[in-house]
Design a protein around this ligand. Sequence first.
Ligand SMILES: C[S@@+](CC[C@H](N)C(=O)[O-])C[C@H]1O[C@@H](n2cnc3c(N)ncnc32)[C@H](O)[C@@H]1O
Length: 277
Amino acid sequence: MPAASAVRVWAAGLDLAWQAWAPELAAVSDRLDLQPGDRVLDAGCGSGLGIRMLARRVAPGGLVVGVDTDPEALGWAAWSLRDLAGQGSSVELWQEDLTALPFPDDAFDAAWCSSVLGYLADPGAALRELVRVVRPGGRIVVISGDAARHTFLPIEPELESCLRDAELRAVRDGVWGADVDIHLGRRLYGLASRSGAARVTPLTLVWERTAPLTSTEHRYLARLLDGLTGPAVAPYLGPDLDVCRSVLDPAERGCVLHRPDLHVVQTATGMLLEVSG
Ligand SMILES: C[S@@+](CC[C@H](N)C(=O)[O-])C[C@H]1O[C@@H](n2cnc3c(N)ncnc32)[C@H](O)[C@@H]1O
C-alpha cells in the first residue's frame, strides 16, 4: 500500500463520497451505453474508483485507461485496483494532462470525467480533447459539482442562507485552494456546448436522502457538515457560528443529522456529450 498518509486520507474521502453516491453514479454511467469489449477513458481518474465501475461494464474484453497528472493518485489507483487483474477487463494508468492527451483521434468508445474540470486552468481545452479522442457515435459523461448545492431540511431558511453566504465568501477567498473553481458546475453546459460535441444533454445528479440514514450516508454528511462549520468557514460565520454549530455539528444533540425528519438534497451538474457519428 502506498505509505503517504495524505494520499490515503484523500482517497478515503473520495471513497466515502463514491459509496454514498453509488446509485446515482451508476445511473448516470448507464448513459455511456458501454458494451463488453469497449475502450473507455477515465479522465482525471484520481484514486481509481471510476475505473473500477467502468471496468465491470466493459468486461469481458474491455479496456479502461485512467489518466491523471498526479503520480501519487496513480500509485494509489494501481494498488487499489490490483484485484481487477484477470477479472475480464484490462486497465492502464497513464500520467498525462487532460488538456494534451497523447492518444490518437477516435481512440476510445467513451469517456468519463468526474470532479476534475474545476481543477483545470482551461477546462474547455480538456473537453475538446475528450471529444477528439472519442470515436464518432461515442459518448462522454462529465460531472462537476458546485459549492452551495446542498440543502438540509428542515433547518430554517435564514440559517441556511447565512451558511451559504459564509461558504461562498470562503470559496471566494480561496480557502479551499485558489486554483480550484468550486463553482465550475454552473459553467458546464456552456463549456460542453463549445467542445465540438454534436449534442449536449444536461444530466443533473440529485442525491436525496431522508432519515434514517445508513452509516455510510451518515459519515458522508458528517464530513460535509464538518466542512461547513469547521475552521475554514468558521471565521466567516462570525456571530452566527454558535447557532450554526448547534444545528450542524454532529457532536451536538440538536444536529440536523440526528433528526427523524431529516431530508437532505444535494446536486451535482452532469452533461452527456455525444460525438458526431
Ligand atoms: C477530486 S479528484 C477526482 C478523481 C476522480 N475522477 C473521482 O471522481 O473520484 C480530481 C483529480 O483530477 C486530477 N487532475 C487535476 N488536473 C488534471 C489534469 N490537468 N489532467 C489530468 N488530471 C488532472 C487530480 O490529480 C485529481 O486526481
